[in-house]
Write a protein that binds this ligand. Structure first.
Ligand code: 5AD
Ligand code: SF4
Length: 435
């Protein structure tokens, strides 16, 4: 028998890249590859990259630099770049780092085995097309390998919104939804392999149209799968939150009370320049409707500070919006110029100003996050256990609201969903006892 070849994948950026890396690893399984967690003994290194901010993109080149020695020692080692940097920079990557053998954009992953074979043959292999065929249908999966209790499942890709700061519509392309029957088949397969919680992924997941009743229709179908206990979805645009999806938060038990709904900024002037196509008021009204459907809903968001021409007054509008919403968690970023996007051409806010605003924004968000987390003490919540903790007999899982929860839970195994009474709130997690 021939020795299996070893594949090392390093994943950057969003959850969709995590899902894509799993699918690529499975597809390469068919080419005789097994995954390894070290680049040192790998026959192929694949970087699954992110282009959303400048820092993320630059990391790729510094990582590639580190592999120079390995490649010199073992010329047979193949090095590939996948993901959004591959899509955005294409051939430029091979010019900057000639040791790269293969570049593959996110819409061409089903062609990875063929590209790998070409690279093995000594060619420089590049594919950054947006082909017609459904890559997920063509990406072969390894049969029935056991899975952990939680999994991502991509249902939609691409974005037609063109926010003025964002590269996603260029790197991931136009919005495409996977047909509901294929999603349901994959979901059932994952559940058979041990998955209890699914997070449906899409760059604009609530614009999903692979089911005639949209994302809510898909969620209601998924909820009928026995053994699937929890459903989440991310990331959403406020303008695609339809009535049925709002209602589902109130009447679909398996849909978890946690929603990531980015607003980016709280000033109408900036929202307009960002091309978000909604006002702060419309966003707040939407939150009100969601909370009417599900009063205990925890909200999460994304924020950008220092967007071109953002003034102190604009920034304070963002702080005021955050005060009004009370977020359970949030991600915040300094605006980063992305080549080819409209905002990159505009007058920029000085870096020191961005730093100062980010600090103030994060202080407020951290306070809110902590307050909501502390308010869990004394309450009973569902916890899906994922792994053993550091202490003997301790298990770690996630609450319905996505808090990490540590519980002394003898006899509980990963995949168990139990009621837990929260007894303590620490800096990053909760402690509880089985109810
Ligand atoms: N600069 C800073 N943050 C950005 N994001 C997207 N593009 C940029 C950019 N150019 C943030 C947005 C988005 C999240 C995924 O990344 O907040 O919701
Ligand atoms: Fe980018 Fe999201 Fe705006 Fe689409 S909706 S352009 S993915 S920030």
């Amino acid at each position: 028998m021939t020795q299996p070849k070893k594949l090392f994948i390093k994943t950057y950026g969003c959850q969709m890249n995590v899902y894509d890396s799993e699918r690529m690893a499975e597809a390469m399984g068919g080419q005789g590859y097994v995954q390894t967690d070290s680049p040192d003994d790998a026959d192929m290194i694949l970087l699954n990259t992110c282009h959303i901010r400048e820092k993320a993109a630059e990391k790729v080149y510094s990582e590639l630099g580190r592999y120079k020695g390995l490649k010199a020692e073992r010329p047979d080692l193949k090095i590939g770049v996948a993901g959004c940097v591959a899509q955005a920079e294409g051939e430029e990557i091979m010019r900057r780092q000639p040791m790269v053998d293969l570049v593959v954009g996110p819409q061409s992953y089903h062609r990875l085995p063929e590209l790998e074979a070409r690279a093995r043959g000594g060619e420089k292999a590049l594919d950054t097309d947006f082909p017609e065929e459904d890559k997920f249908e063509r990406l072969k999966s390894r049969p029935k390998a056991k899975r952990g209790p939680t999994a991502f499942l991509t249902v939609q890709e691409g974005c037609d919104k063109f926010c003025a700061f964002c590269v996603v519509p260029y790197t991931r392309g136009a919005e495409v939804s996977r047909p509901a029957d294929r999603v349901l088949t994959e979901a059932r397969d994952l559940v058979e392999r041990g998955v209890r919680e699914l997070t449906l992924l899409g760059q604009n997941v609530n614009a999903y149209h692979g089911h005639d009743r949209g994302l809510a229709g898909l969620i209601r179908e998924l909820a009928k799968i026995d053994g699937l206990e929890r459903i989440r979805f991310t990331t959403s645009h406020p303008n695609d939150m339809d009535d049925d999806l709002i209602a589902a938060h109130g009447d679909c038990d398996k849909l978890m009370p946690y929603l990531h709904l980015p607003v980016q900024a709280g000033s109408d002037r900036i929202l307009k320049r960002m091309n978000r196509q909604h006002t702060a008021e419309q966003y707040l009204k939407l939150i009100e409707r969601l909370r009417a459907a599900r009063p205990d809903l925890h909200l999460s968001g994304d924020f950008i500070v220092g967007f071109p021409e953002e003034t102190e007054a604009d920034f304070r509008d963002t702080l005021a919006l955050i005060e009004a919403v009370e977020y359970g968690s949030a991600f915040s970023f300094k605006y980063s110029e992305r080549p080819g996007t409209p905002a990159a051409e505009r007058p920029q806010v000085p870096e020191a100003e961005k730093d100062d605003r980010l600090q103030r924004l994060q202080a407020l968000l951290t306070r809110q996050q902590r307050a909501l987390q502390d308010a869990m003490v004394g309450r009973e919540v569902g916890v899906l256990f994922e792994k053993t903790g550091r202490l003997p007999g301790q298990m770690v899982g996630k609450s319905d609201y996505l808090h990490a929860v540590h519980v002394a839970a003898e006899g509980v195994v990963p995949g168990d969903l139990r009621r837990v009474r929260i007894v303590e709130s620490g800096p990053n997690s909760l402690k509880g006892v089985l109810a």
